[in-house]
Each structure stands twice: as C-alpha cells, then as structure tokens.
Design a protein around this ligand. Sequence first.
Ligand code: ATP
Ligand code: MG
Length: 606
Amino acid sequence: MRLSQMLFVTLREDPADAEIPSHKLLVRAGYIHRVGSGIYAYLPLMWRVLQKVSQIVREELNATGAQECLLTQLQPSDLWKESGRWDTYTQAEGIMFALIDRQKRELGLGPTHEEVITDIARKMIRSYRQLPLNLYQIQTKFRDEIRPRFGLMRGREFIMEDAYSFDADEAGMKESYRKMHDAYHKILKRCGLAFRAVDADSGAIGGSGSQEFMVLAEAGEDEVLYTDDGKYAANVEKAVSLPPDAEASPFKKYEKRDTPGTPTIDSLCGFLKCSPTQILKNVLYQVVYDNSMTVLVLVSLRGDQEVNEVKLQNELVKLGGEYGGKAILALTVPSEEDQQRWAAKPLPLGYIAPNLEADYIQPSKNLAPKFLRLVDKTAVELKNFVTGSNEPEKHVVGANWGKEFQLPELVLDVRKAKVGDRAVHDPTQLLRSARGIEIGHIFQLGTTYSKSMGATYTNEQGEEMPLVMGCYGIGVSRLAQAAVEQSYDKDGIVFPVAIAPYQAIVVIPDINKAEQVKVAETLYADLKKAGIEILLDDRSERAGVKFKDADLVGIPYRIVTGRSLQQGKVEVVKRATHESQEIAIEEVVATLKHWIDREINGSYGS
Ligand code: ATP
Ligand code: MG
C-alpha cells in the first residue's frame, strides 16, 4: 500500500482524554478514532492488526477441532430470563444494553452468548454421539461499562472471541477446558505477548474453576498475586494465602475499657499499645437482593486484614435463597442515608462488637430483622482479643469466642490475600504482586446453564442428562492494545511482527530523486510479490517526518533508499532496536523474508 493513497494521519500531540501510553499512541498513530464514550472506530491500520489477531485465534481454535460460527447480537430477554440473568445484567451489574422494539418486545445487545448458545444446543444436540462439541465466534460485544476508559482496553463496544464447549460429563468438560487452555497459551505466545495464566473468580457467569490470562503491565486494572517458584498465581479477587501469625494477646482478663477517639484500627492499636492481629474488627455491609430484600451483614475479621468484597459477594449470592433472592443488586458499606432508612437508633460505628443486637434494625417489610453474622476463618483462632463494646468510645479486651461472644455459625473465607502473605502450597514462599491486563478468561461452567435452560442429551444408556459446558473468551481488541502497552518506546509503538499492520515499509527520502524512487518502486513490487506485507512511503514529505511516522506507527522493518544507493545498497532499520545496516539491493527480499519468518515462526512453539 502507498502512503500517498492511504488514510494516514498522525498527530504530534497526545489526545487530552488518554491516560495510558498505548491509548495515546494508538490515537496519535492513526489506529483508532473515538466516536463516543467507550466507542471507537478501528481505522484501516487497526483493522489489519485485529484481522491478524483474529486469524491467529482461528488457526489455533480450529486446530483443537472447534468450529466457527456467528451468533446474534440482538438477544430476546426471554432467554436471559430463563437463565435467571436478565435482572443481574440489566440492573445489578448493569452492563447489558437493553431495548424495546416496535412490538414492545424486550431485547438485549449481547454482552456474552451463553444463553444464545445454550438455546441452540438444547434444540440441536440430542445424543452423546454429537459430543464433544465446541463452537466459537469472533464478534462485537456490547457492554455498558460503568467506567469505560483507556481506549480499547475497556470499551462499551469491543471485539471478543468467545467459545462454548459441550461435553457428556465433567471429565469431558475438563478435557475441553485443557485444550482451550493450551490453545489460548499458543495464541498469546504467537501474538508476541508476555503473559501469565492465573486462578480467577468466576463472577456472575457462574460455574466452578476459571483462569484468566493476564498480560503483565503497569497500566493493568487487575492485581495478580504470585510466588517466585512459579507454582501459584491468582487474581487478588480469588487469591488465598496464610496470613501472618497473630501475636499473643497481652490482655488476659476480660474487661471493658475506655478507649476515647479510637474508631479505627490504627488509633486503637496506638491507644492500647497492641498489635492489629489481636483485634477483632466488625465491618457492617448492606446487601440488596433482586427481590428488593435488604440484609445487614456483620463481617468479623482480624484487625490486620481486609474484606475481599468479591469473595463476600459470592458467599452472599449462595445465601440469597434464605432471603428469597437470587442475584445481588448492590453490596455496599451503608452510607449515612442508608443508616437513617433502617437504623432504629444511632449505630456505635467504630465500636461495634460481633454481637450487635437486632434492635438496631427498625422492623420493616423489605428488611431482614436480624444481622447476618459471618466470621472470617482466620479470626476464629483469636484468643483474648480486643473488640468493640457496642458503646461509643469503649472497647473490650481479653475476649474469647464461646465465652463473651458466640462464634457465628458462618465461618467463611472472606479475607483479602495480600502481598507479603505466606503461600498456602508452601509457607516459605511469600506472595508478590504485579499489575495485569486481563486478556482472556476460561471457565468450567458445568451444568449451570444447561440445567436452568433445559439443555440435555441422551447418554449411551438412554438416560437424559444435562450437557456439561465450558466457556472461553479473548478480548481481541483489548489484546491488540495490550500488545502496544507492553511494547513501545519514546518514538512510538513497537508492534510484535506477528500482529503489526504491515511487516515492512520502504521509505523514499526524497521523491524528487529519480534513482531513489526507481529502486524503491522495484523493491516495493518485489517485496509484495514475495508475500511481505509492505508499505511504500511515497509522500512528498521531508525524510525526517517519514522516519518519525514509521517509528510512531511501529512498522518492524524500514528500508531506506538513500545515500547508500551509490554502493548498490539500501539502509535497513529494525524498529525494535533501531539497529541499522546496509544491505545489497538484491539481497533485501531474502533477508527480510528470513527475519520475518524467524520472528513469526521462531518464537512460536519455542
Ligand atoms: P473485566 O474484568 O476486565 O471487566 P470480564 O471479566 O468482564 O473482564 P469476560 O466476561 O471474561 O471479561 O470477557 C472475556 C474477555 O473480553 C476479557 O478477558 C477481556 O479481554 C475482554 N473484555 C471484557 N470486557 C471488555 C471491555 N469492556 N472492553 C474490551 N475488552 C473487554
Ligand atoms: Mg467486565
């Protein structure tokens, strides 16, 4: 392609709304154009990158035996009501765009496709002979993200590859999952990304095990905890660990003490001269279920620990049945306004004990009359602990479970693992922390959707069984930007060769010099003939501008028909290293072919 004929516009200035390097660079280099909040047009250069990523995805998924299809973006609400996710996706997590058509039918714009695929499966899969089956698509997804940002990283319209596997049993599903896990490894590797697969939370999608593929980068929105021995890595939302040992409590006798001005753990430790590990703190949450029922939750945990709200939310979803709710609309620390709505009298905030009485709750229709009490596993071991007294400015010391306080029935893991904690698999290993960009997510779904939507098959014994499912997604557009976030320098983007929009660019320093033009045109034609994806910068710009642009856009190899033509040579510059060498004109095609081949195939499979 000739630059003179392309939509090729680069900007000197960073766009005002861009916070991270990859976003700035993709806008400046003319890859993407912002149409609205979280809505981006993929310009020709970007579209080539996305096509390349998609092609790699296709090749690796086809190799596993998966089949490509294209599902619908418009999805009738009925399907989502069957799976029980309509309310969660339109209200609770609120990321589905919902609309009403002329016939007053409710529809959603697909944020994901479990419902649509399960509907197809229940109609078309009858027998074990049709299993296993894996269907995938590469398509635009719509999600009304609360905070769209960072360009393609968190868009409201973005491209995803999503796959769905169907198996006869759990073991089959695990095998499908393993194949997809391996395929995703190959895909990310071929795209030139440094990444890590980590244990992950399954979120609103349901099911059991899941892993995320994280590209490690400072700009990542996720925190990954891992050990140096390479044996453990997890999203902080899911991570488990051993907390530091609690120090022995100096308070041997139970008594109430005046502790003025000590509503926080820090202030209390300072006042009592004790360690936060000897304190039992009691955090109040308010959960609203999808049947409008509000439940007040009292979580007791060690003073040096924090609540992991993802774990807490998962536990509260499981407990929803007791309150007639299925999904959670909101889980928050109650605001002052909230408290005014339900509190019968002012709460002793900062001084709450695990036995806070139910008479703080005003009787009302959509409000559970009692606190739901939970205790984190690591707080059960506490002896002679310090905790609130339910009286402002006073705490109790030397308290014990089973004596002064009844241990809550619900003993759960709701604690946030953190950097420095000891690993469960080997306590000599300490957890370390890194930022990650989630590129892919694979789930062992099990029978969640096949049961709720009635997708069954007949097994060899003639029995009707639910299909066992897995689902798998890669954010294709997010991946393309993550590649930039991982690979750029002061001059611009350094695209991995495998997904660069073009592999090489021939630059004519001065288009008024006939010899320069002639050699460039010949090389351009020969390189194209040899199957190399090539650009020709034939614009009437200064050489310096052309070099800057080639660097900014991140084309891996630049061929310059400049001064060395006199020796029958051209200058060839590698973008990644700025390494420059002079190569005889007749050797250019073979040399480039060799380099490109080595980059694309050499790193793959190694
Ligand atoms: P996140 O936690 O980042 O919101 P998610 O858990 O909602 O992601 P999945 O539902 O598992 O994501 O979707 C599969 C993949 O789609 C993700 O791993 C990610 O690469 C991509 N993805 C999800 N949401 C977005 C978005 N808003 N913009 C771009 N890509 C996205
Ligand atoms: Mg999300």
